[in-house]
Ligand binder design. Structure first.
Ligand code: HEM
Length: 117
């Protein structure tokens, strides 16, 4: 059970890496757009996160305030990805505030995961 949970955490981290990595690529190459990889990363992190939100394979209590906060932030990131992609389709670019919020909120969720004990 513990090993299985470890594998789901690994999948969760892959989702984070895909989402944040795809965002960093767009930042560094100067396009600052929204790509399909970001949606994939969010879906993978979200699905694995929900599985991890249930108390199995652990001997300690889960911090549900922390998990709830992460879920809210994930939903906001999803909304921003949707709105930003719509704007990108119509105008060819994503508003800077939306692009930056996606990266910062993704990093914030990872920070909450690691720092909030
Ligand atoms: C963009 C969204 C997210 C990012 C970047 C993210 C990031 C992370 C990271 C880096 C860890 C590992 C921390 C550690 O092991 O100390 C983690 C663990 C965890 N995440 Fe997320 N997360 C996200 C969304 C979610 C969501 C939506 C949920 C639940 C609804 C969730 C639930 C959890 C749980 C329960 C763990 C602890 C796993 C364990 O130690 O058993 N995460 N997350």
């Amino acid at each position: 059970m513990e090993t299985l949970r470890g594998i789901v955490v690994l999948i969760h981290l892959v989702g984070f890496a895909v989402l944040f990595g795809a965002w960093v690529v767009e930042w560094v190459n100067g396009k600052r757009g929204i790509t399909r990889l970001m949606n994939w990363g969010l879906a993978i992190a979200g699905a694995a996160g929900l599985v991890l939100a249930a108390p199995w394979g652990i001997e300690y209590d889960l911090n549900y305030a922390k998990i709830g906060t992460k879920l809210v932030i994930l939903i906001v990131i999803g909304a921003l990805l949707g709105i930003g992609a719509g704007r990108q389709r119509k105008t060819g670019s994503v508003p800077a505030a939306i692009f930056w919020s996606i990266g910062i909120l993704t990093l914030a969720n990872a920070a909450i995961a690691v720092l909030w004990r």
